[in-house]
Design a protein around this ligand. Structure first.
Ligand SMILES: [Zn+2]
Length: 230
């Protein structure tokens, strides 16, 4: 779930050649249905011709992105919007990543095997890695948080410093690791604070830090809109 551009594409691709091992890809009709569903929601999809699984899984992710876009409409209004890409060349370290600020890569190893994804995600939640109470749908919400940060120019670190009224980064990250999730404290620049907060807030798990953080993002968004109107 990190944002760094992954460099695995140039390397030998152990997965794409094995699409067949995931099972039989969706039919043309199912692909067209999924594509229209995405287009109707203002989202571009790519890589899903080889999707193995129930297209309802991807529709749920599209619905979850749309729900966030109702609060942060700019993510779909701008020219490039949100791109959802199914990737067969990611290693198993990440469920998903966001690059270029708006391209959400879903790891086919997991999203073509929803049962496995649910299991591995639940295990990570149990370890405290991700927000308590979230399930696999937290992943799409997490990545959409990165997209919001990009299009709304939100600096998660200064926002959390202000919110917690704390100046020491190490104390902030210690608290986040305990009260939000271990992963929210993974990067010193605070990039995972907004994504983990979006996961918690939109999964409605009642995490106090996540809820207040997203409420502050909503308030910042409104101030921005007022500024633009002046
Ligand atoms: Zn992330």
């Amino acid at each position: 779930m990190e944002t760094a551009v992954h460099n695995t594409r140039a390397m030998a691709n152990p997965y794409k050649a094995q699409v067949g091992e995931f099972g039989i890809p969706i039919s043309d009709e199912q692909y067209k249905e999924l594509r229209s569903y995405a287009v109707d929601h203002g989202i571009h999809i790519t890589g899903f011709r080889n999707y193995v699984g129930d297209i309802e899984t991807i529709k749920i992710i599209i619905d979850d992105i749309s729900e966030i876009a109702r609060d942060f409409p700019k993510i779909l209004d701008v020219r490039f919007g949100v791109v959802l890409e199914l990737d067969f060349d990611m290693n198993d370290d990440d469920f998903a990543t966001t690059d270029s600020g708006h391209i959400i890569h879903l790891n086919a190893m997991y999203f073509c095997r929803l049962d496995r994804l649910k299991e591995v995600y639940a295990e990570a939640v149990k370890n405290g890695d991700f927000v308590a109470g979230t399930d696999w749908r937290g992943i799409g919400r997490h990545e959409t948080g990165h997209v919001v940060a990009n299009y709304y120019h939100i600096d998660p670190l200064s926002l959390i410093m202000d919110m917690l009224n704390m100046k020491s980064k190490s104390e902030i990250f210690y608290r986040l690791g305990k009260e939000l999730s271990i992963y929210s404290a993974a990067y010193n620049d605070g990039r995972e604070i907004i994504s983990e907060s979006f996961s918690g807030y939109y999964s409605k798990v009642g995490n106090a830090i996540a809820d207040e953080f997203v409420n502050r993002c909503l308030a910042a968004r409104k101030e921005g809109e007022q500024d633009e109107g002046l």
